[in-house]
Design a protein around this ligand. Sequence first.
Ligand SMILES: Cc1ncc(COP(=O)(O)O)c(C=O)c1O
Length: 386
Amino acid sequence: MSDVSKRASLIRPFVVMDVVARAKELEATGRDIVRLEIGDPDFPTPEVITRAAEAAMEAGDTNYTESLGLPDLRDAIAGHMHAAYGVGVDPSAVVVTQGSSPAMLLLFGALLDPGDEVVMADPCYPAYPNYVSFLGGVPVPVRVRAEDGFRFRLDEVERALTPRTKAIMVNSPCNPTGGVLGAEDLEALADLAERRGVWLASDEIYHGLEFGDRSHTVLEFTDRAFVLNGFSKTYAMTGWRLGYMIAPVVFVRPAEKIQQNFFLCANHFVQVAGTAALLHAQDEVARMRAQYDERRRYLVPALRSVGLRVATEPLGAFYVFADATGWSRDSLALAGRLLEEAGVAVAPGIDFGPGGEGFLRFSYATSLERLQEGVRRLGDWATRHV
Ligand SMILES: Cc1ncc(COP(=O)(O)O)c(C=O)c1O
């Protein structure tokens, strides 16, 4: 019998990280690999943000801060919610974290008892079911489909609710699908949550990266909600580790106690930089968004032209989730072959749940030239092997 805890054994590995490792191995042998597998912006962090961090370090902002975060940053987050969505958020509801990932631990740690269920999309960001299982909860997948733009069908969500359901997880714009929920979708989910007495947990980390209508926060539709967000994607700050949760008031103190014990606080000068991001980097965000959109408009038809199916236009984040069943039904094996034989690294859809099998996720957080080279290689590969 293994000494490894059941809790740790329940965590499924993130296969795309194996793809990353193998891509790096191949690169170390001198091979050129087109890297479309990870969701890490290729843009440098905007200068106004790095300057703020440098100034903060020079000013000695290197100590612990309040566990809930610097008051200036919590104010700026509340101000951003008002400016972007017109919603009033009390700064005391904001919990600053080291990325949105720790915020998930705070959220589910404050919400779930063993056996509590969380309804989530299949496919979805793989950390969600792992966090829920780790904390003794039960992830309940609800299939979303390409032909629906990967949006929930409300009747299916409703059927998945049981007396043990504590929350419905929402992620729009979505990783891995690029799908976006409209105001009507969110309003209907908010109404369902209120009627059935469950919470909405909304991961809004890709807000600011939408290419159709502007995104809506769930807080426009209900107070029965937690919002998770972070600076990694929109502000090109993945390695800085900064995020936050906006929590209903009864959960703030429980989240604070978890934070105090497990993480103490987010990095001091990074919080100062995050404040500068919210206050001064919106033009830079718009500039990056325009470039992502240009890439997206190239990539979707280009993938279709080499034989992949993209049923509905992805309208947010920086991913295209393409149906590759014309090439293979085994996304893991296919991603392996594309890496070894075509020199193109992609994420296998199965990484995001059984509903992702047969799909490949392409990240366009890389330059247009590299995307063009990747598609050229995929086209050559398909001509020879399909
Ligand atoms: C949907 C989603 N949520 C959360 C995260 C984690 O982000 P952070 O860097 O804020 O921990 C990611 C990262 O890929 C993501 O795609």
